[in-house]
Design a protein around this ligand. Structure first.
Ligand code: GTR
Length: 337
């Protein structure tokens, strides 16, 4: 009897999927998840909340083991491992995710969103849903979005601060492995240097690059601490690129429909946890960085005006999607009036 009920509770056969005996009649399905941010960063708090929620709703039959700090590899490598089934899940940024499904790249176009409210209206609405669905063509299932705020430039002491577009001329700026990001840097007259997240600190430290770009929490003391080696941060707020929670299609197909429903529910439930942690960390980081980093404010409209070549290049590829995003954003600004 015991053996039968144990067998009935085993759903797992995958490479990365592991079934761990719980000591009771049932065994738990444990999914591996990679995140390249440090353990207390909001996305990792979201991942862990998803794991707890999943264990709770499945009565301990399913859970997630979270690997933070990029210990399972760079986002490019993790994406490939998720596709192959070597890793079950990832929390990955939409910019590098576009290397697997180019449609996702629309979210990393500079100044595509005009506000946080507009961004979330798009992500929570039909467009966001369609983009998650589209990941199936890349052997992934998109489950949820996490907030990643706005990205801006920062530079080393040697390179000096960016106070206007002119200062970017001739600079070597690290970007994610993302085609729209590369095009953006070129449009600003700088040289794009695509590089994995884990290599950026030392590249800044030894002046192999002039600067990089990211949100304030990543830059700060609870993120990857780039402020220590690049103390000039300029708020040009060029993009709002969300984080995405994905599960490999290989893994997904091995789950029962009940398990799929639990996982989807847990991922969506974790969005609110990440969002709360996100808002707190933006504030905390700004306070902590006072006196440790130099902040500069520029006219973002001027940076936006320089993006013509990016939209010329990607306008065709993303044509109707860009328009749909603009329309959805307009609706959200009308609603807030
Ligand atoms: C962060 C994001 C990371 C990574 C990083 C980068 O905002 O959370 O997953 O994509 O940016 O710039 O590589």
């Amino acid at each position: 009897m015991k053996i039968n009920s144990k067998v009935a509770c085993f759903f797992t056969t995958g490479i990365a999927l592991t079934a761990m005996a719980t000591g009771t009649a049932c065994a738990a399905t444990t999914l591996t998840l990679s995140d390249d941010q440090p353990p207390n960063y909001p996305t990792v708090q979201g991942d862990k909340a998803m794991a707890r929620y999943l264990s709770a709703i499945s009565n301990g039959q399913m859970t997630i083991k979270v690997y933070p700090n990029g210990q399972l590899g760079s986002e490019q490598s993790v994406g490939e491992q998720v596709q192959s089934g070597a890793i079950d899940m990832a929390r990955i940024n939409a910019a590098p995710l576009a290397n697997f499904d180019s449609k996702m790249g629309v979210l990393s176009l500079p100044y595509i969103f005009t506000s946080k409210q507009g961004e979330w209206r798009v992500l929570n609405g039909p467009i966001g849903h369609k983009l998650l669905q589209s990941l199936k063509s890349a052997k992934m299932v998109g489950l949820a979005y996490y907030d990643s705020g706005q990205r801006s430039f920062y530079t080393t002491k040697k390179a000096g601060p960016i106070k206007s577009i002119n200062d970017l001329k001739g600079m070597r700026i690290r970007v994610q492995k993302s085609k729209p990001m590369i095009a953006m840097i070129k449009a600003l007259g700088a040289t794009p240097v695509p590089m994995s997240y884990g290599n950026v600190y030392s590249a800044l430290q030894n002046n192999a690059i002039s600067g990089a770009e990211n949100n304030i929490p990543s830059y700060g003391p609870y993120g990857v601490r780039h402020y220590e080696v690049a103390p000039n941060y300029t708020f040009d707020s060029h993009s709002r690129v969300p984080e995405v929670v994905v599960v490999g299609l290989n893994t997904w197909k091995k789950l029962s429909s009940q398990q799929q429903a639990w996982l989807q529910e847990a991922a969506l439930a974790s969005e609110a946890v990440e969002e709360t942690a996100w808002q707190q960390l933006v504030q905390r980081t700004r306070n902590k960085l006072k006196g440790k980093a130099n902040f500069y404010h520029v006219d973002a409209a001027k940076f936006q005006q320089a993006m013509g070549p990016v939209y010329k290049k990607y306008g065709k590829e993303y044509g109707s999607l860009i328009q749909e995003i603009k329309n959805a954003e307009k609706e959200s600004s009308q609603e807030s009036k």
